[in-house]
Design a protein around this ligand. Structure first.
Ligand SMILES: Nc1ncnc2c1ncn2[C@@H]1O[C@H](COP(=O)(O)OP(=O)(O)O)[C@@H](O)[C@H]1O
Ligand SMILES: [Mg+2]
Length: 256
């Protein structure tokens, strides 16, 4: 589904992502891990075309999508979530999710203004889809809540809901469990599996090693922008290069 090949991003004198190559099969749960500053978020920005790589390519469903821009990438079926979603503060949860769906409407602008049958069908479809997404995330009871009033864990879920509303094939989740307590993280892991079972392929960047090891089917480890290991959670936990990379950094542990 996704083929990242020789991906490189240089910022001035710093190579944030260096000759990174990996592939992803549809329906598999892949995580990218590595110490702080390893280049994980930059990798996501390159895949989602929020940044143009210095060199290398990103192919999606066999098509070269390198640097085509975030909107074009979203239309192809790749979405990403953001660390903070302050953009939805003034909306209710359901309104924010409906916004995520808009991209896909079939009615013309004139049709929307004149309330054509197609526009009314679109509204009903959008509403039904928004309600399904909220149900999937266990957020139906918060549909009418203002996003600004949500606790941190639910605000993170809302970011995922808005991304899912666009009906992507691939969703890039950058630290979905950051700031969540252990119960919320467990529900988060379940949610990742549900998303995959809905036919949407998730890729995670995540620091919570227990969660990563339990949810991932395959893990790519990066350090200083380069891939240092790739394998199943069991393989990664006993990989010498990985242990060394994590022991070398102060604020992380791999939970061995
Ligand atoms: N826009 C940017 N301009 C300059 N340097 C950047 C930029 N974005 C990230 N970096 C640097 O690139 C490196 C990788 O950053 P990042 O991809 O955010 O790492 P990670 O997500 O793995 O913590 C870091 O050293 C960071 O400071
Ligand atoms: Mg990051």
């Amino acid at each position: 589904m996704l083929e990242v090949s020789g991906l490189t991003k240089v910022f001035g004198g710093l190579t944030a992502v260096k000759d990174l190559t990996f592939t992803l099969q549809r329906g598999e749960i892949l995580s990218i891990i590595g110490p702080n500053g390893a280049g994980k978020s930059t990798c996501f920005k390159l895949i989602s075309s929020f940044m143009v790589p210095t060199s290398g390519t990103v192919r999606f469903n066999g098509q070269d999508i390198t640097g085509i821009g975030p909107h074009a990438v979203a239309r192809k079926g790749i979405v990403r979530t953001f660390q903070e979603n302050t953009a939805f503060q003034d909306m209710t949860v359901r309104e924010a999710v409906l916004l995520g769906y808009q991209k896909d409407c079939k009615a013309s602008l004139a049709g929307m203004i004149l309330r054509s049958p197609q526009a009314r069908r679109d509204d009903r479809e959008a509403g039904a889809h928004a309600d399904r997404v909220l149900d999937l995330l266990g957020m139906s009871s918060h549909a009418g809540t203002l996003a600004a009033g949500l606790p941190h864990g639910l605000l993170r879920n809302l970011g995922i809901a808005v991304a899912l509303a666009a009906r992507p094939q691939l969703i890039l989740l950058d630290e979905p469990f950051a700031g969540l307590n252990s119960d919320e993280t467990k529900r988060g892991v379940e949610l990742i599996r549900k998303i995959r079972d809905e036919g949407i392929t998730p890729i995670l960047v995540e620091h919570d090693m227990a969660a990563v090891m339990s949810v991932s089917e395959r893990i790519v480890v990066v350090n200083f922008g380069s891939k240092i290991a790739e394998g199943t959670p069991a393989e990664i936990q006993r990989n010498d290069k990985v242990i060394e990379a994590y022991l070398g950094s102060e604020d992380e542990e791999i939970g061995l």
